[in-house]
Design a protein around this ligand. Structure first.
Ligand code: ITT
Length: 203
């Protein structure tokens, strides 16, 4: 039987992207749907890294499984880095979060609407705690465009392609996104860690 890897997120959009990014690992990927009794984690950290580790440790301790979790957010320069760590709490739905962002940027011209997405992925297992960081720079559009992805994707333009993340396929987005960058490092590390721990196991 293959060893399990728990992808500890309740965000459907993240779940779909992370599953795809880790699909070629020799592990069985499981989600929080398999553990409906587990409580919510209080995201009380003051950085993306602290929150990612807090979530991964919490679910690893309760399930005993090798666990990945991530904390991510959108930092808008003209808003002093907001919504940042509070991105998920910026509104009650994606539509509300986008409407609030566009309203706050109402008087900010196109050339000053620079922003970045940040993702810190945490991997926690027996004797193992590692984090991996990814970021991508872009601009906040004046209006939403596209229907793929989730969260702020319809207003986040990736300048090299001149498209919003919501106008890209999942594969195209992950090739350049903050999450893609963080999880490709995590996947490479995990492959090496698995082969080392496999070797230790047979000594
Ligand atoms: P989990 O904690 O269960 O993983 P969450 O949605 O609460 O899910 P976060 O606290 O990390 O996760 O909040 C991240 C928020 O940042 C997310 O809800 C979006 O609003 C935004 N965000 C992060 N990555 C994004 C992406 O790739 N595209 C669009 N919005 C993104």
């Amino acid at each position: 039987m293959r060893q399990k890897l728990l992808i500890a997120t309740r965000n459907r959009g993240k779940w779909a992207e992370i599953r795809e990014l880790l699909a070629d690992l020799p592990l069985e990927l499981v989600g929080l749907d398999d553990f409906p009794q587990l409580p919510e984690v209080a995201e009380s950290g003051t950085t993306f890294e602290e929150n990612a580790l807090l979530k991964a440790r919490f679910f690893h301790e309760r399930t005993g499984l090798l666990t990945v979790a991530e904390d991510s957010g959108l930092e808008v320069e003209a808003l002093g880095g907001a919504p940042g760590l509070l991105s998920a709490r910026y509104g009650r739905s994606d539509a509300e979060r986008i409407a609030r962002l566009l309203a706050e940027l109402r008087d900010v011209p196109a050339k000053r609407r620079t922003a970045r997405f940040v993702c810190v992925a945490a991997l926690v297992g027996p004797g193992l705690e590692r984090t991996f960081v990814g970021e991508v720079r872009g601009k906040i559009r004046l209006e939403p465009s596209g229907s793929n992805g989730f969260g702020f994707d319809p207003v986040f333009e990736y300048p090299p392609l001149g498209k919003t993340f919501a106008e890209l396929t999942r594969v195209e987005k992950s090739a350049v996104s903050h999450r893609g960058r963080a999880f490709r490092q995590l996947r490479d590390f995990l492959l090496q860690w698995l082969s080392r721990s496999g070797a230790r196991g047979t000594e």
